[in-house]
Design a binder for this molecule. Structure first.
Ligand code: 2BA
Length: 109
């Protein structure tokens, strides 16, 4: 068995959860926060048998969209007044950041 840990954007989370469940996958949804943007995102935990791993990955890829977001970072050098001025940086977020790990045991107790 494998555990898929998929970090997706909130905008895609509901549709992805429904799509996975409609296809027979079990999903746990966590509200998480990205370290860089410090904005909300969603992490899905999906335990799958190995033979269904590719099916789940295909669905995640199909539903998760990439989007541009603007982050505000402090400027790397202080200005004349010695103040670090915030400046906008555009980053492309997603589709999905996915980790696949081996599951040593899966039990429902
Ligand atoms: P955030 O950390 O909020 O990052 C959002 C987006 O900002 C990233 O999109 C990437 O395009 C950009 N970014 C992140 N760190 C950066 C940096 N040091 N310099 C410049 N740009 C940077 P994604 O790569 O699609 O990541 C989306 C979210 O997935 C991340 O949100 C984070 O919550 C998670 N994530 C990505 N890589 C990860 C990793 N190696 N370990 C754990 N979580 C990860």
């Amino acid at each position: 068995m494998k555990l898929i840990i998929a970090i997706v954007q909130d905008e895609d989370a509901q549709r992805l959860t429904s799509t996975l469940m409609d296809d027979g996958f079990s999903v746990t949804k966590l509200a998480t926060t990205g370290g860089f943007l410090r904005a909300g995102n969603t992490t899905l935990l999906i335990g799958v048998d190995e033979e269904r791993l590719d099916d789940a990955m295909d669905l995640i890829e199909k539903v998760s969209k990439s989007r541009k977001q603007v982050a505000t970072s402090p400027s790397p050098v202080a200005g004349a007044a010695g103040v670090y001025v915030p400046y906008p940086v555009e980053v492309t977020v997603g589709g999905a950041t996915v980790f696949v790990v081996d599951v040593e045991q899966f039990r429902k107790l």
